[in-house]
Design a protein around this ligand. Structure first.
Ligand SMILES: [Cu+2]
Length: 172
């Protein structure tokens, strides 16, 4: 494995944050905006990337090498791809769910994404998470897995970026 667990201590914080999320917000209610959010305008990304019909996922509003605060709400978006909750293991073509790895690399196609650090599965079909990162550089992978959590053979179905996390102002 490529993962260095020593670098991932902060993911404990992350997991704690995940457990505190109100899961009720993540159900089927979000279907309406999944494919249309980028049409509405304030997202730079929509203007940069022509829609060529290829499936694509990305961190919303987060460019490679962006500087971000320690506490951030990561949001994901998909184009030409259906985000669905994990069912009974059925694999639906052109559909899947998000995963992120914090300080872990994206995986090659055909690999079942582990249910362990540094990976978080969004098996309920949700598309955001609030995380807290330590100051410094971090690497974020957003990657789709199918109904069996297996990575897909489409280059656009993962995004790997580096972010700079600001030093926090001292507060008590
Ligand atoms: Cu999964």
């Amino acid at each position: 494995m490529l993962l260095d667990l020593a670098k991932n201590r902060h993911t404990l914080t992350l997991v704690a944050a995940l457990l505190l999320l109100p899961l009720g917000a993540c159900g089927g209610a979000g279907d309406d905006h999944a494919d249309h959010g980028h049409m509405e305008g304030d997202m730079d990304h929509a203007e940069e990337v022509a829609d060529d019909g290829a499936p694509r996922v990305y961190f919303v509003g987060l460019e490679n090498h962006a500087t971000i605060p320690s506490l951030i709400n990561l949001q994901f978006a998909a184009e030409n791809f259906i985000i669905e909750p994990v069912g009974d293991g059925a694999i639906n073509e052109g559909a899947g769910h998000y995963h992120i790895a914090i300080d872990g690399e994206c995986l090659e196609p055909g690999i079942v994404i582990p249910t362990a650090d540094p990976w978080i599965h969004f098996g309920d079909g949700s598309d955001s998470i609030e995380i807290e990162l330590s100051p410094g550089e971090h690497y974020l992978c957003l990657q789709i897995g199918d109904g069996e959590h297996r990575t897909l053979d489409e280059p656009g179905l993962s995004q790997y970026i580096m972010v700079h996390v600001e030093e926090e102002a001292a507060t008590e």
